[in-house]
Write a protein that binds this ligand. Structure first.
Ligand SMILES: Cc1cc2nc3c(=O)[nH]c(=O)nc-3n(C[C@H](O)[C@H](O)[C@H](O)COP(=O)(O)O)c2cc1C
Ligand SMILES: [Fe+2]
Ligand SMILES: [Fe+2]
Length: 406
């Protein structure tokens, strides 16, 4: 059953939410599910914007039929060829034999790679600035390479000033009735999942995101609505300004807020104890927003998301089989892959007989830009000894002092 969800006069939301999948990309936890968004413009010509994941495709085909209500589909616009949006494409082309697929040349290649496309004669290749007139609605295509895949484009409806933004501005989380950001408490209930989505999935591509923002700025587009491929739709100027501001910070690798993330991986609780004592000292020094995580417990994507959110971080380098504890090693490598930068950091080291955990950690971060070590590494042997308390207080003083320099 489909109940019409209207974006704007003749534009319909036909996405579906998945509350069963436990891991997005078999990697990212989905405590609140995920929505795959898709839209139809019902004009003199009809246009479907993007497909969805196969897990919810049966319902989706029903939605497409319900909105078209017997009309033919003229265009299928494919902004992004990742399988969470494209597994339904072949079926749509099969069901609507007059539909023309509108896609970038890179996108078409990728469609062949993933889906061995059968409909080469029904393809319209578009590039930067190309337009498509549906009747009342005039669409313009804005290339968005590497946000976050190479073939990505966005579609701009010049008539209603709607940006169909592909994965940009998306979030994890299923739709709960409300489709628009202004209908929910976004900052309280959605922003952390938007951040976790962006940082983990698009995070590496900050420069490409900023390039598209510049292009949109140069085109003088007066965006009134943003329709992403996941999460909620933005339609109030203040909400658009809010998410643009967040994206600009994330894409330029600037912290959103003063705060510190302490990450450890503790097998027997001794380095956990060190982290807890240090966190208490930092709290007593007036440091705001303190997070303490054990990387073996908290989903990595959440830890990464907070590392990007806050200005400071402390990494515990626990020695494991003479090297860096594997979970911490993986976290730090993923951070460099995501271009984690511009933060103040410090290290704690735990070892019992010997190894190079700290050295490995420092080597990994040599690849990262502008990570300033604000205190000498603080080292423990198996557990923090009571007589180390004054030295740990000094370490906490140095961390606290580095907050004042900001
Ligand atoms: C399987 C295993 C391998 C370890 N390998 C080393 C090692 O090669 N060198 C070392 O100094 N400590 C090693 N340790 C000790 C840890 O670095 C650490 O000091 C100890 O686990 C106490 O910290 P925790 O209570 O936070 O787990 C190892 C511990 C375990 C459980
Ligand atoms: Fe994607
Ligand atoms: Fe996606």
């Amino acid at each position: 059953m489909y109940y019409p969800r209207i974006i704007n006069d003749d534009i319909y939301y036909i996405g579906e939410s998945d509350r069963r999948l436990s891991l997005f990309e078999n990697m990212f936890e989905l405590p609140k599910g995920v929505a795959y968004n898709s839209y139809i413009i019902m004009d003199e010509k009809t246009a479907l914007l993007d497909g969805i994941d196969e897990s919810v495709s049966e319902r989706y085909y029903e939605n497409v039929r319900a909105v078209l209500n017997g009309r033919d589909l003229d265009y299928l616009i494919v902004n992004h060829v990742e399988p969470d949006h494209c597994s339904s494409i072949n079926n749509i082309l099969r069901e609507y034999p007059n539909a023309i697929m509108v896609i970038t040349d890179k996108g078409l290649n990728m469609m062949h790679q993933f889906y061995h496309l059968e409909y080469e004669d029904r393809v319209m290749i578009v590039g930067e600035g190309d337009q498509l007139k549906l009747g009342k609605h005039h669409l313009q295509f804005v290339m968005a390479p590497n946000v976050h895949w190479p073939e990505v484009m966005m579609t701009y409806d010049l008539t209603d000033d709607i940006l169909f933004s592909a994965d940009a501005f998306g979030a994890f989380g299923a739709i709960e009735g409300h489709l628009f950001v202004d209908q929910v408490n976004y900052e309280r209930d959605w922003l952390s999942e938007a951040r976790r989505y962006y940082i983990n999935i698009v995070g590496r591509q900050g420069a490409s995101v900023l390039r598209v923002f510049k292009k949109i700025g140069d085109l003088n587009l007066n965006i009134k609505t943003i329709c992403p491929l996941h999460g909620l739709v933005f339609r109030k100027p203040e909400d658009i300004a809010m998410i643009m501001d967040k994206y600009t910070k994330w894409a330029s690798y600037q912290a959103e807020e003063q705060g510190i993330v302490l990450v450890c991986a503790s097998m027997y609780g001794n380095s956990q104890n060190l982290n807890d004592v240090l966190a208490g000292m930092l709290a007593d020094r007036g440091i705001p927003n303190i997070r303490v995580y054990d990387i073996s417990k908290t989903p990595v994507s959440e830890v990464i998301s907070d590392l990007f959110r806050f200005s400071h971080a402390i990494f515990t380098c626990l020695t494991y089989n003479t090297e860096l504890y594997p979970g911490m090693d993986a976290l730090m490598r993923e951070l460099t892959m995501l271009n984690y930068a511009n933060r103040k950091i410090a290290y704690l080291e735990s070892q019992s007989w010997g190894g190079r955990a700290l050295k490995i950690a420092q080597d990994i971060f040599t690849k990262s830009k502008n990570l300033e070590e604000v205190a000498e590494p603080f080292k423990i042997k198996s557990s923090a000894a009571p007589e180390q308390l004054p030295d740990l207080e000094k370490f906490a003083d140095e961390i606290a002092a580095s907050f004042n320099d900001n």
